[in-house]
Design a protein around this ligand. Structure first.
Ligand SMILES: [Zn+2]
Length: 395
């Protein structure tokens, strides 16, 4: 974020800087931020941009920022950047903290050293074009950036050169073959035998089967992760799909797919579980429970508000390809690096969802003997978790 004060009082500040005895070349960077500043200088010099910060001066300091602001750049002499202490501390506890911190510092240095303003345009797949997104919110959309893996390099290129070409990953043309998978586990939900999950009525939830659907009614105010333990490892190439409906309830509530490993007894924070959710406001979210917040939030026209939505994710090597109602929407690296064989769905607080045609497939490896699928015994588990941190703050 850029300090608005600058625009209102720029002349005053200019005058002040001539009159004051302040050392205009002051270099004072809190030791916490030094490494990120060095990374910025390294990335700059790779692109033939060199800054002599030691002589021009720079201040980066902690502050208690208001209005949910994570970082603020003041165009003073020297440039002064404030980072919100509470936010910094909050993200420190999560996986990906280092990348989130780098992104925040790079954004502020983008203002301060590269003179960049906010840029809120999007790529073909709808994700933010630049880590310089920010300022006044657009339709309440968060500033979350999927700043990791191959995306990080693109975003740094774009930071130093706004004319950087749109990256391949942002194309909505599916460039890979997602066929060649064989069903290993399928539930039609036509009968109790085909329910997959136990049919129960407890204090916390109720499950039932009706018209080829599994109905899951939550009675609690937490979010439910409902899953089965399979013999299919998410580190292999797999395809996971089902249709789900969340017909009533708050439109902002997220529901959808989970896969990975849900540790028993954990509080649901930092769990190595990937999630792929939507809400009835036609938003789509991709993330991992071990991170502070979701990687990305997209406006997704292919979502049918309150209707039956078909989810599908296909994994090919390290990449996950996401589909909604048979439309390819997004591609991202899998975050979980360990074995995980839990597949399931997410239910909003006190929400009722209906599940149809759940199918988990694995890639057919050519040359391997064709095995006969047997009914896989699955163990059913579920866990309540606290809500997600929904947004990355203003910057
Ligand atoms: Zn900003």
């Amino acid at each position: 974020m850029i300090s608005q004060k600058y625009f209102n009082y720029s002349i005053f500040l200019l005058l002040l800087s001539f009159l004051s005895c302040k050392d205009s070349n002051e270099y004072r960077v809190d030791s916490t931020f030094v490494d990120y500043l060095h990374r910025f200088e390294t990335e700059a010099s790779k692109r033939d941009k060199n800054f002599d910060i030691a002589s021009t001066g720079l201040i980066i300091e902690f502050a208690d920022l208001k209005d949910n602001t994570a970082g603020l750049t003041h165009y003073e002499n020297p440039i002064r950047i404030e980072i919100d202490k509470t936010y910094w501390k909050a993200i420190s506890k999560s996986a990906g903290a280092d990348l989130m911190k780098e992104e925040l510092i790079f954004h502020e240095l983008g203002h301060g050293l590269l003179n960049r303003k906010h840029l809120n345009s999007t790529l073909e797949n709808g994700e933010w074009k630049s880590i310089m997104c920010g300022g006044d919110k657009i339709n309440g959309r968060s500033w979350n950036i999927n700043y990791k893996g191959f995306r990080r390099e693109y975003y740094i290129n774009e930071l130093f050169n706004e004319s950087t070409l749109a990256p391949e990953f942002s194309s909505l043309q599916l460039m890979v073959d997602t066929t060649g998978y064989r069903s290993e586990l399928y539930f039609s939900f036509n009968s109790i035998d085909q329910a997959g999950w136990e049919i129960k009525d407890t204090l916390q939830y109720k499950t039932s089967i009706s018209n080829g659907r599994l109905k899951f009614e939550s009675k609690v105010t937490d979010i439910f992760l409902v899953y089965i333990k399979t013999k299919i490892d998410i580190q292999t190439d797999f395809s996971y799909e089902f249709s789900i409906q969340y017909p009533t309830g708050e439109a902002v509530n997220q529901y959808g797919m989970i896969f990975g490993f849900v540790p028993t007894g954990s509080e649901g924070i930092n769990d190595p579980v990937e999630y792929f959710t939507i809400n009835n406001n036609k938003k789509m979210f991709i993330g991992n429970r071990s991170w502070y917040s979701y990687f990305t939030e997209l406006n997704q026209n292919s979502v049918l508000s309150n209707g039956i939505n078909k989810f599908k994710v296909v994994k090919i090597r390290k990449l996950l390809y996401y589909f909604i109602n048979n439309t390819y929407t997004y591609c991202s690296e899998i975050e979980v690096s360990e074995t995980g064989n839990h597949f399931g769905f997410m239910v909003p607080p006190k929400g009722t969802v209906y599940l149809e045609n759940l199918n988990i497939s694995q890639r057919i490896i050519s040359g391997s003997p064709l095995k006969i699928n047997q009914n896989m015994n699955v163990e059913f588990e579920l866990k309540t978790i606290k809500p997600f941190n929904n947004t990355i703050l203003n910057k």
